[in-house]
Design a protein around this ligand. Structure first.
Ligand SMILES: C[S@@+](CC[C@H](N)C(=O)[O-])C[C@H]1O[C@@H](n2cnc3c(N)ncnc32)[C@H](O)[C@@H]1O
Length: 249
């Protein structure tokens, strides 16, 4: 797995390269990172990467040529032809399914926009996919790129200590696409609130049933769309459906 990132702020990527589980996986060479700064592909003394927008209006626009040269350099440095992904509010919303698909690929070239955006001709010529982190606007594509990389790298085999851990996260197959149930750790009583009795019972079937019911309840309350999707995909059992009928909101 290798990520090539086109960014004006390469320092931001030390977070995913050096820290936490992604940092450990990088040190173990389970994934590689190459950073490309469009400023290194400019000709002028000021290393200009942006200019005023045609048609007027506020802000600046990233110029096509330094971006395309950076992408070409990244492509030449790889043996494969990965997706060239632009992080953009206009992209397809990022999902766990997309993270899983990327975790089965060789990686990607990620483009981080800044300013008002990028010259559309660069997007037309070089970008194969646009991904959005959600319906809000950030100052740049670096944080969305970090989020995409983190979500993909933690799915790579051997990156998490417990192989089951990612499968039991929200949106994943073990939870049939639903939200995760609540978690508790010691102490058994905190500020006079106890851990639910089922989790202390040591009875595996009861614990599994409690977790499944919590998962169904939280998902029905907060994300009924995920319940509908699981139902459409035939992932809800008769027992699940019977429990859902008992919930009154
Ligand atoms: C200030 S934003 C530009 C916003 C753009 N003018 C618009 O209204 O859609 C600068 C860059 O941040 C990145 N960005 C901002 N919000 C994002 C989001 N929700 N998802 C992915 N990338 C985002 C994109 O790369 C974008 O080019």
């Amino acid at each position: 797995m290798r990520f090539d990132v086109i960014t004006l702020f390469p320092d931001m990527f030390s977070v995913v390269r050096d820290l936490g589980v992604t940092g450990r996986a990088h040190r173990r060479e389970q994934w590689a990172l190459q950073l490309w700064n469009p400023r290194d592909f400019t000709q002028d003394v000021h290393r200009t990467v942006d200019d005023r927008p045609y048609g007027g209006g506020p802000g600046m626009v990233m110029m096509a040529e330094p971006l395309e040269k950076a992408v070409t350099a990244a492509q030449s440095a790889r043996p494969d032809s990965p997706e060239v992904i632009l992080l953009s509010p206009a992209g397809k919303p990022f999902t766990q399914n997309r993270a899983q698909a990327l975790a089965h690929s060789q990686g990607a070239i990620l483009i981080c926009g800044r300013y008002e955006g990028l010259d559309q001709r660069f997007i037309n010529r070089c970008v194969t996919e646009e991904i959005s982190l959600g319906d809000f606007v950030l100052s740049g594509g670096e944080i969305p790129a970090l989020a995409v990389m983190d979500s993909v790298i933690r799915l790579l085999p051997g990156v998490l200590n417990d192989a089951d851990s990612a499968r039991q996260d929200s949106f994943n197959e073990d939870l049939t696409g639903l939200l995760d149930s609540p978690h508790y750790t010691r102490p058994e009583v905190y500020e006079s609130e106890s851990v639910p009795a089922e989790l202390l019972s040591g009875h595996h079937a009861n614990i599994a049933q409690w977790r499944r019911r919590q998962s169904l309840k939280i998902t029905a309350q907060r994300r009924p769309d995920l319940i509908e999707a699981a139902r459409r995909n035939g992932l809800l059992s008769k027992v699940d459906e019977a429990f859902l009928k008992t919930l009154l909101f």
